[in-house]
Design a protein around this ligand. Structure first.
Ligand code: AQP
Length: 331
């Protein structure tokens, strides 16, 4: 008998400025996953965004920006379930119930929390500390089998796997332990100016962060001024983080591997190589920006798409909650 199709789930935060790292690490995988998953479920995780200071008047706009970017990139509501997290209240209920099998120590070990709060730990919101439990709920409430994310989410996925195992051990077999799915190339796209750090919404440099909605001129400028190193060789190596990052970006844009790129640019200077990377990124993101500009103005259509997705998502999540509540002894 053929293997059952995976149940795929992933979420993305509502910022209007999704970057090339998000695109390569996550969005590209979502688009690919919608024909493999049954169902493939994708969600704009607005509840997560209250874990850092935010503007309530702005939140809905940012959700619609993000929804339009994902649709422009190729998500098709006919082939996947696409919705806004806060429209499905089961996520928040599940978060509280999973608290019973999550320890303070688990959350204390999360490196993303430590990196984000730095020395301002006392001032960080409890929501930021609790973020991984909400993320576990997002996935486990759909009994997803696969979670496509970038490398920076590895630890959070490991924790949700552990939460699912503990729940099953304590209350009986109810939840599915999901698999982490990373892209083969581009699981960690680095900042173009500081290639030791990941490209990031909050922690990166402006010039080193290519946005999905950047125009061609801006993309060329950012890629053209990317930090390489003092050598001349186009070769992926641990001591060449800038060049390695550009090789990965071009490999993704061309749909090939590192070796093909290294072979093609063997003996070429960094100038030609960077020009090819800029061409590749322009070709990758240009059509997404154009489609975004068509989709974004029609807010009613975007809202209708998210609402229809929420209805389908709620049906699956509600069924899981019936089992979870019963196992835990609630009425
Ligand atoms: N640099 C990256 N390379 C590959 N994948 C990445 N992701 C994020 N950065 C990279 C993946 O993008 C998905 C969505 O992430 P998110 O919802 O956390 O969005 P964000 O907060 O806007 O993205 P950042 O840049 O990760 O924000 P910061 O650094 O400010 O917290 C995830 O699957 C993630 O792995």
């Amino acid at each position: 008998m053929a293997d059952p199709k995976p149940i795929i789930f992933s979420g993305i935060q509502p910022t209007g400025s999704k970057h090339l790292g998000n695109f390569i690490g996550a969005i590209r995988q979502y688009v690919e996953g919608q024909d493999r998953g049954e169902p493939a479920i994708f969600c704009v995780v607005d509840l997560h965004s209250i874990s850092v200071p935010y503007d309530p008047g702005d939140l809905r706009e940012r959700v619609l920006d993000t929804a339009a970017i994902l649709l422009a990139a190729g998500l098709d509501p006919e082939r996947c379930i696409f919705f806004r997290q806060s429209d499905v209240r089961e996520h928040t209920e599940m978060t509280w119930l999973l608290s019973a099998v999550t320890s303070h120590g688990d959350l204390d070990r999360m490196t993303q929390f430590k990196e984000k709060v730095g020395k301002a730990r006392e001032l960080a919101s409890a929501a930021l500390f609790y973020y991984p439990v909400l993320m576990a709920s997002d996935v486990l409430v759909y009994r997803a089998t696969e979670v496509p994310v970038g490398e920076d989410q590895r630890q959070h996925v490991e924790l949700m796997r552990e939460i699912a195992r503990r729940f099953n051990a304590r209350f009986g077999d109810t939840l599915v332990v999901p698999e982490l799915v990373l892209p083969e190339v581009g699981a960690r796209i680095m900042d173009l100016q500081e290639p030791e750090r990941k490209m990031s919404t909050t922690g990166g440099t402006e010039q080193g962060t290519v946005l999905v909605l950047d125009d061609e001129k801006t993309i060329r400028k950012k890629v053209g001024s990317a930090v390489t190193d003092s050598g001349r060789e186009v070769r992926a190596a641990p001591d060449k983080p800038g060049v390695t990052n550009l090789i990965d970006i071009l490999a993704v844009a061309r749909g090939t591997g590192r070796a093909e790129i290294e072979r093609e640019f063997d003996g070429a200077g960094y100038g030609d190589f960077k020009k090819a990377v800029a061409d590749g990124v322009v070709d990758l993101l240009g059509p997404v920006r154009e489609r975004y500009e068509e989709l974004r103005p029609d807010e009613a259509a975007l809202e209708a798409t998210l609402a229809a997705g929420a209805e389908k998502a709620r049906e699956i999540a509600a069924a899981t909650m019936v089992d979870v509540r019963a196992r835990m002894g609630f009425g």
